[in-house]
Design a protein around this ligand. Structure first.
Ligand code: HEC
Length: 366
């Protein structure tokens, strides 16, 4: 009996995750954000990810042939991250499809904190304005504002330097690129940005894919949606480029405090004799494994809430499997989540959610 159960545990652990191969453009200032979102969205849906990189420099122009996207999507990866789509004139490369947007961005007016104008139309005659990316829609704006004198810079960094030195009244920039710069130069934090109004200024970031990868694209989209629902998406977006090691997204609230309290009682009566009142299992001298902590929730096991829940509901308590009612199973799951550092919320965990949840089991305690 014990052997059979052990076999069941081991086979849960060996279950391999499907792999999502993701191409990330290293010339894109959203690269780190793209990777963060891909990793989290994939994990939510039970996928592992493998990144491969390409340099999409000069996209659409001479450098990077736009038709290359279809080839990459057919043979190299299921998703190509970070493709910006004009919100006022969606235009995709040939022979690829796009997921719904996972982030939106655009062109911004950058100014010193004390400066008042937030749009080009508010700037006094003769204002000097810089831009590093002349070959963009923002570059076209100058022709609509004859009041303004334009200066072209080789890079955002040069433009920002002149802005800080007060040689410019403002600058135009692609938001991810200027935010990446400001993030690496915290001294420049006194600058402010405002998204520019008007057509061709707002852009959505999407993942591109070929028809063969529509299941993967669907999983990615529902992963992003799940991150959005639990409020984790905006934290993954900004800053676009993060120099620090990425902070992992915090654990979601899946149960109520009342459930965890009931669960603690049911645990004490039905589980503690084998797993220990402190859930430390064999370490505390009990027969069963620990049910909390870094060993129990080792990321390499790749457990999800549903794996643990269904295991408990079917196979525990080991001596009398299936002897608890469904409500108790759910409450015990709430207690196990609490003990592993997941916060209580105001939505009760249901049996259906617990048995299907792809939220990873990780240890968030100290
Ligand atoms: C009679 C002793 C006993 C009782 C009672 C018991 N368990 Fe277990 N449990 C075990 C043993 C032993 C294992 C290891 C798997 C095996 O049986 O080979 C285990 C495994 C588990 C696992 C899998 C852990 C992992 O890391 O793979 C979970 C989760 C679990 N038990 C939860 C519970 C819960 C919740 C209860 C109470 C409802 C409970 N157990 C009651 C003995 C027990």
């Amino acid at each position: 009996m014990a052997m059979a159960l052990l076999g069941a545990v081991l086979s849960y652990r060996a279950e391999a995750r499907p792999l999502l191969r993701i191409c990330v453009d290293t010339a894109n200032p959203t690269m780190r954000m793209d990777a963060r979102i891909a990793r989290e969205a994939a994990a939510t849906e039970g996928y592992a990810v493998r990144f491969s990189h390409f340099v999409g420099y000069g996209r659409g122009g001479d450098g990077f042939p736009i038709g290359r996207f279809a080839k990459m999507a057919r043979s190299e990866c299921e998703l190509i991250m970070g493709f910006p789509v004009d919100a006022s004139d969606a235009h995709l490369p040939p022979d690829v499809q796009a997921t719904t947007a996972y982030a939106s961005t655009g062109f911004v007016l950058v100014r010193r904190a004390a400066a008042r104008a937030r749009r080009l139309s508010q700037m006094p005659r003769g204002s000097e304005v810089g831009i590093a990316q002349l070959d963009t829609y923002a570059g076209l704006l100058f022709s609509q504002h004859p009041n303004i004198t334009m200066h072209v810079y080789p890079s955002d960094a040069d433009m920002v330097a002149d802005l800080e030195a007060r040689h410019l009244a403002a600058g135009l920039a692609w938001q991810p690129s200027i935010e990446a710069y400001l993030h690496r130069h915290p001294g420049a934090a006194s600058l402010r940005e405002d998204l520019l109004p008007g057509p061709h200024m707002r852009w959505n970031l999407v993942a591109l894919y070929a028809p063969r990868s529509s299941a993967a694209a669907q999983a990615f989209a529902s992963g992003v949606e799940a991150l959005r629902r639990r409020g984790a998406l905006s934290r993954l977006i900004l800053p676009y480029e993060s120099a620090e090691p990425e902070a992992p997204a915090g654990p979601p609230a899946l149960y109520t405090e009342a459930q965890a309290t009931q669960g603690a009682l049911a645990y004490a009566q039905n589980c503690a004799m084998c797993h220990g009142p402190l859930l430390d299992g064999q370490e505390g001298g009990y027969s069963g494994p620990a049910l909390k902590g870094a060993d129990f929730a080792d990321p390499s096991y790749d457990f999800h809430v549903s794996d643990i829940f269904n295991f408990v509901a079917k196979l525990m308590p080991a001596a009398t499997p299936g002897s608890l009612n469904p409500e108790q199973d759910v409450e015990i799951m709430a207690f196990l989540l609490k003990e592993n550092g997941y916060p209580a919320g105001n939505q009760a965990l249901t049996y259906g959610e617990a048995s299907a949840s792809k939220v990873p089991i990780l240890y968030y305690g100290k």
